[in-house]
Design a binder for this molecule. Structure first.
Ligand SMILES: Cc1cc2nc3c(=O)[nH]c(=O)nc-3n(C[C@H](O)[C@H](O)[C@H](O)COP(=O)(O)OP(=O)(O)OC[C@H]3O[C@@H](n4cnc5c(N)ncnc54)[C@H](O)[C@@H]3O)c2cc1C
Length: 467
């Protein structure tokens, strides 16, 4: 058995025993349609589960739900930490709508690719690569569906790059009445705005057209750096690289920095054994073991964090963009993430460091800091401002409440906007002042979903009512 296979097998075995310990199957008596999200923070017992094979069946499903006054929610891969995908009505899975429908090269060198909305990002990346194409930017993982990822504003990092919804140029939307509408910046532009990042409130997305670019390789440089040096040189790091991010280990001055730039002539492939060692053994198996140790012995956390900060060896390599940007996250965790004005991120990190010093909070998971360009998507967390994202994460077996509450308090001082797919307790009253186009979004909801088919408790809390 090769090292790669052995590590994959070991990780799979650990995941299985973890799953058994956590009782991850639907609770007894919940029925075959019971649903839980990846993080096990949300669950649902829908009245009915639908798996339409095509857009006509999907439209019939939506029209029937509206006619009977039943709520309906599409669900992707269940990778939102928030209750975005929860419903007690009809849960619609679009796994069958996963084909590449159309590929249209453009005079400007980009390509418009239309795909079924249920396609998972890993399958999409494969399909694009086979055609010599790639997404401009990606988040950390590729398990999500394309519709789910854009609907909550999934983003990666890069000061000159926007989140996934900024790569969308067209959508096929099934509205509450069961009408199938093609929406784009030129046709039904307001529906397009809400549908490209709207928590599923504009309707069910049946297809997504993305603007993609010729496939490219990235030159990746990953290395530890002391936190003060990162903060001091932050603007150069962020502006000087196509994608920059850092992970900071609480209670320490250790960070792991990642700088990724479009590769020119460099050719430094990572040997398979090295990828397996770093990405499976160190980032998942050893990291998971460290979290287990930390979960049992709070006073070791600072030592463990120092060890974790030093355990990932520096590396420089080139690979296809999606192989660099995406990694596997097998260690389960809880997460809250806030978009803050880029210029305030140093203050936010400093405040968090003070909080750790004052509370000695038991947090063995690193924080992740990323960046994005300002955009004009109505409900984007980066709407109208250059943005830094501060993600606070906690191992799933440790309490996260006090930590996440402290983060919420700290970012509130600088107008922090919560990621729509991550954990937070903010309400429409908190969010309305942060989103200048929220009232427009609700006006469009009132037009396309007058009877509230696509409402659920999370949407009611964060967006308020349509109309
Ligand atoms: C391990 C992990 C890593 C992550 N990394 C990142 C990251 O790097 N960057 C980032 O920004 N986020 C990240 N996330 C968050 C994740 O990208 C988002 O929560 C995303 O929405 C999940 O996509 P999904 O397909 O699982 O959608 P779900 O969680 O199933 O659904 C999300 C929303 O989309 C709606 N929806 C789904 N399908 C449709 C459809 N066809 N039509 C209309 N609405 C629909 C749902 O109703 C719901 O409101 C991560 C999450 C996890 C668990």
């Amino acid at each position: 058995m090769t090292l790669v296979k052995a590590l994959a097998h070991l990780t799979w075995t650990l995941n299985q025993s973890h799953a058994r310990r956590m009782g991850e199957r639907a609770p007894d008596g919940a029925g075959p349609d019971a649903w839980r999200n990846w993080a096990r923070t949300e669950s649902a017992r829908p009245r009915r589960v639908a798996r339409p094979r095509d857009v006509a069946a999907l439209a019939a499903e939506v029209a029937a739900a509206t006619a009977s006054g039943t709520r309906l929610r599409a669900v992707g891969a269940g990778h939102s930490f928030s209750g975005a995908a929860v419903t007690d009505g009809v849960h619609v899975h679009l796994d069958a709508l996963d084909r590449v429908e159309r590929v249209v090269p453009r005079p400007d060198g980009t390509t418009h690719v239309t795909v079924g909305a249920g396609i998972r990002l890993h399958a999409l990346n494969r399909e694009l690569a086979a055609r010599g194409l790639a997404m401009r930017n990606l988040g950390d993982i590729d398990r999500q569906s394309v519709a789910g990822a854009i609907s909550t504003g999934t983003h990666g990092t890069g000061a000159r790059l926007g989140g996934l919804p900024t790569q969308v140029v067209g959508l096929r939307v099934v509205t509450a009445a069961g009408d199938v509408v093609e929406a784009s910046p030129d046709h039904e532009p307001e529906l397009f705005e809400l549908a490209r990042l709207g928590l599923g409130t504009a309707g069910v997305l049946a297809a997504v057209t993305l603007e993609v670019v010729p496939a490219f390789r990235l030159l990746a440089r990953e290395e530890p750096m002391p936190l003060p040096a990162v903060l001091e040189g932050l603007d150069d790091l962020v502006d000087g690289h196509d994608h920059f991010e850092f992970f900071w280990f609480p209670h320490t001055a250790s960070t792991l920095t990642k700088r990724n730039d479009v590769a020119q002539d460099e050719h430094l492939p990572l040997p398979r054994w090295r990828r397996a060692l770093d990405d499976e053994l160190l980032s998942n198996v050893a990291f998971g073991a460290a979290q287990e140790v930390a979960a049992r012995t709070a006073r070791w956390t600072p030592h463990l964090n120092r060890f974790q900060g030093a355990s990932l060896p520096p590396r420089t390599y080139t690979a296809a963009s999606h192989d660099v940007l995406v990694s596997r996250r097998r260690v389960r965790f809880r997460e809250a993430e806030y978009a803050v004005p880029r210029e305030s991120v140093r203050d936010v990190v400093a405040e968090l460091a003070s909080w750790f010093r004052a509370t000695r909070a038991h947090v063995p998971f690193p924080l992740e800091v990323r960046f994005a360009a300002a955009d004009d998507v109505w409900l984007s967390t980066a709407h109208g401002r250059e943005t830094a994202y501060v993600a606070v994460q906690q191992y799933h077996r440790l309490p996260h409440g006090r930590y996440f509450e402290a983060a919420r308090r700290i970012v509130a001082e600088v107008g922090g906007r919560p990621h729509w797919g991550k954990m937070h307790d903010l309400t429409h009253a908190d969010l309305a002042p942060l989103y200048p186009r929220l009232a427009d979004a609700n006006r469009v909801r009132g037009r396309v979903d007058p009877t509230g088919t696509f409402r659920n408790p999370y949407v009611d809390r964060v967006l308020g009512l349509p109309g």
